[in-house]
Design a protein around this ligand. Structure first.
Ligand code: ADP
Ligand code: MG
Length: 324
């Protein structure tokens, strides 16, 4: 693999200040992304996993400057995303695309698929009408949708087909980096596998770099080359996928693996929730290690002090006092 560093996130924080209803009360602060650092190499598929509310979407949006950042750095090819001028930010958003759970919820439901696919190219003034038409046909084929259907509306397609069209829309601008946020989460397990395989085929063909965000470890494990486990805005463990599957150290990572045992999302059946209790609020996270109230192995120290993220073997980092 080409080891060019494409994205570097350093001590990134995104906090949201909530207005308090109580007169004179201190505003509450949600630390959605709380001091994250990681790199993404070209061609890598970085899976980001964690329960709902742990800050995954906020992280994805902040990387594309669709959110503010409170502190830290986001370097894309060595350039701080938040320092880009309008033209360079527009270029960045060509190179970096985002695919959401329901890619059409934000788009005009009265527009046909063909014109929804043409839109990004028209916005960026790329190509003649004929070139755009040819590209739509080629990319629809590439994602497994017959181009004769470009005259249909999004609601006339199944969920899996709609997600393929969402991927096609992301491909229209020839990106090099795609952030998938819960891109297969709404689909049936068998359809999930098909869309994941499509993403993998595209990755192999174009050497795309992905950040693949999901609350479901089975899909993250299926597609990723590297995994980052988040809990309440923080990284609790990260390693290459193969390493993490062999040796998951953090009790939270272990709980996720116990809850979602199958590698292939197709082979997954009754998964029973091993994790007890809800994710605590990121407004007032627990003292010490944020996971300690739910941790079966919590010690006295865990209630007092947040553990640092330590490298336990090359590329494998864990934030847990058990591995001090
Ligand atoms: P995830 O994608 O992992 O489910 P999110 O990034 O959506 O998590 O949310 C992380 C936390 O930040 C949640 O507590 C959520 O309520 C909060 N949050 C996200 N966006 C906003 C916002 N625009 N304003 C206030 N709080 C927000
Ligand atoms: Mg989310």
């Amino acid at each position: 693999m080409n080891m060019e560093k494409i994205l570097e996130v350093k001590n990134l924080k995104t906090y949201f200040t909530l207005k308090s209803d109580k007169f004179g009360a201190e505003p509450e602060v949600v630390k959605a992304v709380n001091d994250l650092s990681f790199d993404v190499m070209k061609g890598e598929i970085l899976g980001i996993v964690g329960e709902s509310g742990c800050g995954k979407s906020t992280l994805g949006k902040t990387i594309l400057k669709l959110n503010h950042k409170t502190d830290g750095e986001i370097l894309y090819h060595g350039e701080e995303v938040f320092n880009l001028n309008d033209k360079d930010l527009k270029d960045l958003r060509k190179q970096m695309q985002m695919v959401f759970q329901d890619p059409f919820s934000s788009l005009n439901p009265r527009k046909k698929v063909g014109s929804l696919l043409a839109q990004p190219l028209q916005i960026h003034k790329m190509g003649s009408k004929q070139e755009i038409d040819e590209k739509i046909d080629r990319i629809m084929k590439e994602v497994g949708i017959n181009p004769v259907y470009k005259g249909r509306f999004p609601h006339q397609f199944s969920g899996g087909q709609r997600q393929r069209i969402g991927i096609a829309r992301a491909l229209m601008l020839n990106p090099e980096f795609i952030i998938c946020d819960e891109a297969v989460s709404a689909l049936d397990v068998s359809i999930q596998a098909q869309v994941l395989n499509l993403l993998l085929d595209l990755h192999d063909k174009y050497n795309f770099t992905y950040i693949f965000i999901a609350h479901d470890l089975a899909v993250v494990e299926f597609i990723s080359t590297k995994i980052l486990v988040m809990y309440l805005g923080k990284i609790v463990e990260t390693a290459d996928k193969k390493e993490l599957v062999k040796s998951h150290l953090h009790p939270y990572t272990k709980a996720l693996f116990d809850a979602f045992p199958a590698t292939n999302p197709k082979g997954r059946e009754n998964r029973d929730p091993v994790l007890m209790g809800d994710v605590p609020s990121p407004i007032n996270p627990p003292s010490g290690c944020y996971f300690h109230p739910r941790c079966p192995r919590a010690m006295e120290k865990c209630k007092m002090e947040y553990p640092p993220l330590r490298e336990v073997s090359p590329g494998h980092k864990v934030a847990c006092w058990l591995y001090e």
